[in-house]
Design a protein around this ligand. Structure first.
Ligand SMILES: Cc1cc2nc3c(=O)[nH]c(=O)nc-3n(C[C@H](O)[C@H](O)[C@H](O)COP(=O)(O)O)c2cc1C
Length: 307
């Protein structure tokens, strides 16, 4: 059964939050087209900018009766968390996703206005901790995901999570078409996290050359390595090569951090994408991508119903 908080969706998809890629237009157009739009709060350099983004997104999605999500870094290195949470309380995103730390700091704030908190997890210990902390849902980031990736098969991960968790499960990682969405829902997911499929969308903030590389790339053009940020992430090989990296010898950076000054460069010049990159054929508006996903989803439903 569809969770009540996701009932109004046309398709069980969340356009995943992407650093330097997700902006208000992508979030709003996604929400208007009947899926969840999301952005990571670090995409706003200042609290004033975040206030203005949230103001716009909240007003325009409310008008369209759409759903949106803010993705917060709850890791102790995020010294803006208190300010981010104050803006969450002010603008009331229906969904808050916590990443790189416990969902606990967000839960009372979000529950106060009736929103839900989903915790981004990549393994069972993290999932169990998040469930124990009271998260309403889990975002199971699995193998094949763009950006910082998981390692577990989405299907195996879903089954393992469903053994102890009956809240909302959002699964992501290499799911880039409507058939994948139908498969994930059949396997126990409530919603699918989809980043890569929207990288080249008209509303994405990715620079034109990045979008073009995404359109031209296939699954073979992806490399997973921890060498760039200290955590396993999925990159477009060509962008590493264009920046002087030797693919057979990526050296470990000196510092491992998530918010340091040099991280921007990594995502700005070194471009991330997941294994589903081959599904991106055009730089279409989000609305058109979502319409195509809907058609693909319906075809998959018809295929499943033959058995
Ligand atoms: C360019 C890029 C940037 C990303 N930035 C973030 C981020 O800032 N925070 C986050 O939690 N996940 C981030 N992700 C991961 C996505 O939210 C999501 O887990 C992933 O895109 C799902 O897999 P898919 O790319 O195969 O659809 C990023 C992914 C990409 C491709």
């Amino acid at each position: 059964m569809k969770p009540k908080s996701l009932e109004k969706l046309r398709l069980p998809i969340m356009v995943a939050p992407m650093f330097l890629v997700s902006g208000p237009d992508l979030v709003i157009e996604s929400a208007k087209a009947g899926v969840v739009g999301a952005f990571p709060t670090p995409n706003c350099r200042t609290i004033a900018e975040l206030d203005s983004w949230m103001n716009k997104v909240s007003a325009e999605t409310k008008e369209a009766d759409g759903l949106w999500a803010a993705n917060l870094v709850t890791h102790r290195t995020n010294d803006r968390l208190i300010d981010d949470l104050a803006l969450v309380a002010k603008h009331k995103p229906p969904i808050v996703i916590t990443a790189l730390g416990s969902p606990a700091p967000a839960i009372p704030v979000v529950h106060e206005y009736g929103g839900i908190v989903l915790a981004d997890v990549v393994n069972l210990p993290l999932a169990k901790k998040a469930a124990k902390a009271g998260a309403d849902g889990l975002v199971a980031v699995s193998a094949g995901a763009g950006g910082h990736t998981g390692h577990l098969s989405p299907f195996a991960f879903l089954s393992a999570l469903r053994e102890f968790f009956d809240g909302i499960i959002c699964v992501g990682g290499g799911i880039s078409d409507g058939a994948g969405v139908a498969g994930a829902v059949a396997a126990g997911a409530d919603i699918v996290y989809m980043g890569t499929r929207f990288l080249a969308a008209k509303e994405s903030l990715a620079v034109p050359d990045y979008k073009e590389m995404v359109v031209q790339s296939s699954i073979d053009d992806i490399l997973v390595s921890a060498a760039i940020t200290g955590t396993s992430a999925s990159w477009l090989k060509a962008s590493l090569e264009n920046n002087g990296y030797n693919l057979s010898d990526l050296t470990m950076p000196k510092e491992r951090n998530y918010g340091g000054a040099d991280v921007g460069k990594r995502w700005k010049d070194l471009w991330a994408a997941g294994q589903g990159v081959g599904a991106v054929k055009t730089k279409a508006p989000a609305k058109e991508i979502i319409e195509n996903l809907f058609q693909e989803f319906q075809k998959a439903q018809a295929r499943i119903s033959q058995y």
